[in-house]
Design a protein around this ligand. Structure first.
Ligand code: SF4
Length: 381
């Protein structure tokens, strides 16, 4: 629904004054098509970013490790998963994982980001948790100074379900083994009608929320993500953002860090399974839509989630740099290796040097600063 410019201006002023937008207001912002109104939204998101977190754009030096592509599920957008026995199925040994992490450490990483497929082979005597605990312990004991950011809510449920444990027991065990924060992935769109099409075997919305809320309660921060630009409607996008906002309100009321950042992950379908590709009708992100949603997410999440990151893997470095003008204040990590999105046909690359990230930020005449996983600025020699 198009709205008069005065309505949009009043709504943007409210967001800039620190008030929370209602879901109806969020949807209204997403429905705007007039380029002049979209520009107004972009400017407001940029201004809110400036007032909440300043001009500095941050980045993290990290190494991504996807330890297996063998997965029991079949998400509609996933070109990464393989069955055991497939020619290009892999499952890294602890030694191989340590070598990758060690290579990252020599390049100055402060974070290892690790996720993998849901591999039943991880079970030892009918239990998966010992495999995951050993993996985390091995990395943490070898590289104690490196922050271990690992295991999605879907992986937590996979372990809990297989081993007959509570989510809290699994998260506490992983925390004890050295996991310091969790990726807020597997969220896709937090709406069960969308999930039934996109990822019918994955945890439902309530389970995702329960696991992330449990993590926060146990003092385990998470990130938050949204897979956008496929079959979802503006109403469903805002419903997703509202879930994240409520989670964060709850975490902060309990004195926990909760969600450290919001990352928008636009859909890539080039090499994804055909059925969903046919429904979606495009293979690469539509940059303008992603930017519009980036700005509305900044305005809707307001003071609750202050750090917003575009995905250079999805948008390419140029697209991600442009998103820094639409409400984002972080350019993500160096990654050094990425499989999940690149195998779906993303053209953004799988590795970024610090110089590339700094150069992109400098091209906007904004200062840059290296951060750690929890968004503390680092002062390295
Ligand atoms: S997205 Fe994750 S859970 Fe889904 S099929 Fe791919 S690897 Fe498995």
């Amino acid at each position: 629904m198009l709205a008069p410019a005065s309505t949009i201006s009043a709504l943007l002023d409210r967001a800039l004054s620190g008030k929370d937008l209602t879901p109806q207001e969020g949807v209204l912002l997403l429905q705007q098509k007039d380029p002049a109104v979209i520009q107004q939204i972009q400017q407001a998101a940029d201004e809110l970013r400036r007032s909440l977190v300043g001009e500095t754009v941050t980045y993290v030096v990290n190494r991504n490790i996807n330890f297996t592509n063998i997965c029991e599920q079949h998400c509609g957008f996933c070109a990464f998963r393989r069955d055991e026995g497939d020619e290009d199925a892999y499952w890294l040994s602890h030694q191989q994982i340590l070598e990758k992490a060690g290579d990252g450490v020599t390049q100055g990483i402060t974070e290892i980001c690790m996720q993998g497929g849901l591999h039943l082979g991880a079970k030892i005597e009918g239990r998966s948790l010992p495999y995951y605990v050993k993996l985390a312990e091995t990395l943490h004991e070898t590289f104690p100074a490196v922050h271990l950011h690992a295991f999605s809510p879907q992986e937590i449920q996979f372990i809990a379900r297989g081993d007959g444990l509570s989510y809290a027991a699994v998260i506490a065990a992983l925390k004890g083994a050295g996991v310091q924060s969790m990726p807020g992935t597997a969220a896709e769109v937090l709406n069960d009608a969308v999930r039934r099409v996109l990822c019918p075997e994955k945890i439902d919305t309530a389970t995702w929320l329960e696991i992330v809320e449990t993590a926060h309660r146990l003092g385990m921060p998470t990130t938050s993500t949204m897979l956008s630009g496929h079959i979802e409607t503006p109403e469903q996008q805002i419903e997703h953002l509202e879930h994240l906002r409520s989670l964060q309100q709850c975490a902060q009321a309990q004195g926990n860090i909760g969600i450290t950042e919001f990352i928008l992950l636009p859909y890539i379908g080039q090499d994804a399974p055909k059925p969903l590709r046919k429904k979606v009708g495009h293979d690469q992100p539509i940059l303008q839509d992603a930017l519009h949603l980036t700005a509305v997410a900044r305005l809707f999440l307001g003071q609750w989630i202050k750090n917003h990151q575009p995905s250079w893997v999805k948008l390419g470095l140029d697209g991600a740099t442009e998103a820094l003008r639409w409400g984002c204040n972080d350019l993500g990590g160096t990654l050094m290796e990425e499989h999940i999105t690149s195998m779906a046909g993303a053209q953004g690359g799988t590795c970024m040097t610090v110089a590339q990230l700094q150069g992109a930020i400098a091209s906007l005449n904004r200062p840059w600063h290296q951060r750690n996983t929890l968004y503390e600025h680092l002062h390295l020699p």
